[in-house]
Design a protein around this ligand. Structure first.
Ligand code: ADP
Ligand code: MG
Length: 260
């Protein structure tokens, strides 16, 4: 059974892309069939998968445009690429044009869902990286997803905006996607030596721990993450002993254990 997971938080810089990249890698290493979907016009995830300057001809922007125009979609082979054991669907800056068009299109929330549904048989996990907003792209991602992971960077403003995000998810559950679940909150870039991070983690657990799973493992802040991103690698692949990489392995195991 395939699980489609959106990784969402309208705040930028909370490690959405990094989490998708590394969870995809770890799930792949654990023998799962994984598709990572870049659904952010900034295309950071795409950059982390593709060799420099390599031009990816067809992206999710083209597929979304076809879907919006009710045209036949390209062959899967044209927009699903391979990197090691992972498949990925790249994005491009043109996805921002798609976003603008989605605002004017009626009933367009399910377009991404319609693209991903037929792929369920081929994957165990489909991970969607989203852009930092609660606009039509994120709505499409949440409408396509079985569950959502919310990465949080435990800084002072971390929990601000979390209410808007959970409200949006509950609205989507009511109006578009009745089965969407909260997969959990993932603490990223943690430095548990600092009181601030300890306090914020405690605050989040107190505020949300009753209704929502909070991943047991926290992702430590590590210089290795940025370095790995720069070389288009996952953290574990870049440095087998990196604590951040090993933490993402644990997240992948939790995801598998949690199942459907
Ligand atoms: P988002 O997709 O939410 O905007 P990113 O995944 O792009 O966030 O991460 C934002 C920045 O933080 C990037 O420069 C990334 O390399 C860095 N980063 C992410 N996770 C960690 C970590 N565990 N330790 C150190 N830096 C991290
Ligand atoms: Mg990102």
């Amino acid at each position: 059974m395939c699980k489609i997971i959106a990784v969402a938080n309208q705040k930028g810089g909370v490690a959405k892309t990094t989490s998708v990249r590394n969870m995809a890698y770890s799930l792949g290493e654990l023998g799962k069939r994984v598709l990572a979907v870049d659904f952010d016009p900034q295309s950071n995830l795409t950059a982390s998968f593709s060799e420099e300057n390599k031009i990816l001809k067809t992206t999710i922007a083209d597929v979304m445009t076809k879907a919006m125009d009710e045209e036949a979609l390209p062959n899967r082979g044209e927009y699903i690429y391979t990197h090691g054991k992972i498949n990925f669907m790249p994005s491009s800056i043109h996805l921002s044009v798609v976003e603008a068009n989605l605002r004017m299109e009626m009933g367009s929330e399910k377009l991404l869902s319609n693209i991903l549904e037929p792929l369920r048989e081929e994957y165990d996990f489909i991970l969607i990286d989203t852009n930092p907003s609660l606009g039509p792209l994120t709505i499409n991602a949440l409408s396509a997803a079985d569950s959502v992971i919310i990465p949080i960077n435990p800084e002072f403003y971390a929990t601000m905006g979390l209410t808007d995000l959970t409200k949006t998810i509950l609205k989507i559950r009511k109006r578009i996607n009745p089965d969407i679940q909260f997969e959990g909150i993932l603490m990223t870039m943690c430095d548990m030596q600092t009181n601030l991070h300890k306090e914020v983690c405690l605050e989040v657990t107190e505020a949300y721990g009753n209704g929502m799973k909070i991943f047991k493992v926290q992702i430590p802040r590590s210089i290795r993450v940025g370095e790995a991103n720069r070389y288009g690698m996952s953290v574990v692949d870049f440095d087998k002993k990196s604590k951040a990489g090993l933490a993402y392995d644990e997240v992948a195991k939790e995801l598998i254990a949690y199942g459907n």
